[in-house]
Write a protein that binds this ligand. Structure first.
Ligand code: HEC
Length: 138
């Protein structure tokens, strides 16, 4: 009898496995990564004297800086809000883990070659997909 009681007690003490994050939690994590840590807005959002114009977050921008020496260079950071053109959400997450675009090429500097883990990459892709697309891409 007491053996059964102890067994029941031990069963109750088992840690409950964490519930899989909801879609909203994944988007919130992506927002934290993008706006709090990784700085996609620093390049992909039009810049103002006081920082990125968040009313046009990730709607694409011409960079306000350039290298002083000859090197491969992307002068325009394309719009990302709603998801980058020509990428499925899956391909976007892969790009953030590998740096490789859907066509097998790499983006030019100063686009960083991110090596995010899968969870972070999916969260960033889900958050960016949730943003409204630019009305008229620059
Ligand atoms: C330092 C500036 C900078 C930062 C920070 C940056 N990007 Fe970029 N990104 C660029 C530029 C410039 C390009 C265009 C490169 C080119 O033309 O080859 C680019 C290209 C891309 C592309 C490729 C689009 C295509 O047409 O294939 C994606 C996707 C992208 N960035 C996503 C992101 C995300 C997501 C973040 C944050 C996690 C981010 N970038 C942070 C500058 C930046």
């Amino acid at each position: 009898m007491s053996g059964l009681f102890l067994f029941a007690l031990a069963a109750c003490a088992q840690p409950v496995p964490p519930a899989a994050p909801t879609a909203e939690e994944i988007v919130a994590r992506g927002q934290y990564l993008v706006t709090g840590l990784v700085g996609c807005n620093d390049c992909h959002t039009p810049m103002t004297p006081t920082g990125p114009d968040m009313a046009h977050s990730l709607q694409g921008a011409t960079l306000g800086f350039a290298p002083t020496m000859e090197m491969p260079w992307g002068a325009v950071a394309p719009p990302l809000a709603g998801g980058p053109a020509g990428y499925t959400e899956e391909q976007f997450a892969t790009f953030l883990q590998t740096g490789v675009r859907p066509d097998g090429s790499m983006a030019r500097p100063p686009m960083p070659q991110f090596r995010m883990n899968e969870g972070d990459a999916r969260a960033v892709a889900a958050y960016i997909k949730s943003l409204p697309r630019a009305e008229s891409p620059e």
